[in-house]
Design a protein around this ligand. Structure first.
Ligand code: PEP
Ligand code: MN
Length: 297
């Protein structure tokens, strides 16, 4: 029986003919499309680590954090210049000034930068400053925004809506691909589930990673920071995501200087540069083991 309006993954070839494996035999059963951002390769040989502050709060704070994450071994930078906040009274980001700071941070470290764009009218401005455009969880189904980022000719990081199923998420990605832009990286960032908010911010849906890989050739990464909302959980969630086959991680980091001001956004989930280094070390060791296993076979 087919329930009216109910979407099944069987419908994916119809919803996403451009992105479904079934309708794109070119990528076979398991091959991933490599999405290149500067020298960073999502879906390549090694998981990618994006790290940086939740928000760009000032030039000093941003440069301090990006230097630290580079020192910890991060491949790419993150930071919000336009922030989607629950309350309009909360810090909304520095806007264009924040984008300029991110550009400087990228130039200084030599690492590419991803930042969120929320408004279709600002896609051009954000694309001028960033190497990759982030569509946030709250905007995953903002179709005019998806069309605009699809036209921007920049790689896109598409976060999963916090209550979105797989078909809705891939359907959103199809809007971007439909504009001719296939440089899309998917990002699982935790969903609303029961119980919600009792012991973590969202529920990290690791099970979706193999499902995504089965249905599409796009790379998929995990955001353990927003998924848990708890800094003590970020390292474990990162390892688990890698074990589940994630092509990378995006992690929020704050200064661990004793006299540093706490971050204005998402302070409870920020990890220290030291913890980031441990996560990257874990990935390094795992990579060495994988390479050794291939040679031994
Ligand atoms: C972010 O990464 O800055 C962010 C707001 O994440 P999300 O859209 O997943 O809540
Ligand atoms: Mn955040």
């Amino acid at each position: 029986m087919k329930i009216a309006g109910k979407v099944e993954t069987d419908d994916l070839p119809r919803i996403c003919p451009l992105l479904s494996r079934k309708t794109n035999p070119r990528y076979g059963q398991a091959q991933t499309r490599v999405v290149q951002v500067g020298s960073v390769r999502f879906g390549g040989e090694r998981p990618v680590v994006i790290a940086g502050p939740c928000a760009v709060e000032s030039r000093e704070q941003t440069l301090e954090v990006v230097r630290a994450v580079k020192g910890s071994g991060a491949d790419m930078l993150r930071g919000g210049a336009y922030k989607p906040r629950t309350s309009p009274h909360d810090f909304q980001g520095l806007g264009l000034e924040g984008l300029k700071i991110l550009r400087e941070a990228s130039r200084e470290t030599g690492l590419p930068v991803v930042t969120e764009v929320m408004d279709p009218r600002l896609v051009e401005q954000v694309a001028e400053h960033a190497d990759m455009l982030q569509v946030g969880s709250r905007n995953m189904q903002n179709y005019p925004l998806l069309v605009e980022v699809g036209r921007a000719r920049k790689p896109v990081l598409l976060k999963r809506g916090m209550a979105a199923g797989l078909c809705e998420w891939l359907g959103a990605a199809e809007y971007i691909a439909n504009e001719g832009n296939f440089d899309i990286v998917l990002c699982e960032r935790g969903i609303k589930a029961y119980p919600n908010g009792e012991y973590s911010r969202y529920s990290l849906d690791l099970n979706v990673i193999p499902a995504v890989k089965g249905e599409t050739f796009l790379p998929v990464i995990v955001d353990p920071s927003h998924a848990t909302g708890v800094s003590a959980m970020v390292e474990g969630a990162s390892r688990a995501a890698i074990e589940f086959g994630a092509h990378g991680l995006i992690i929020e980091v704050a200064s661990d200087r004793l006299d540093a001001a706490p971050p204005k956004c998402d302070a409870a989930q920020a990890i220290s540069p030291r913890t980031l280094r441990k996560i990257i070390h874990y990935i390094d060791v795992r990579q060495e083991q994988l390479i050794a296993a291939v040679h031994a076979a």
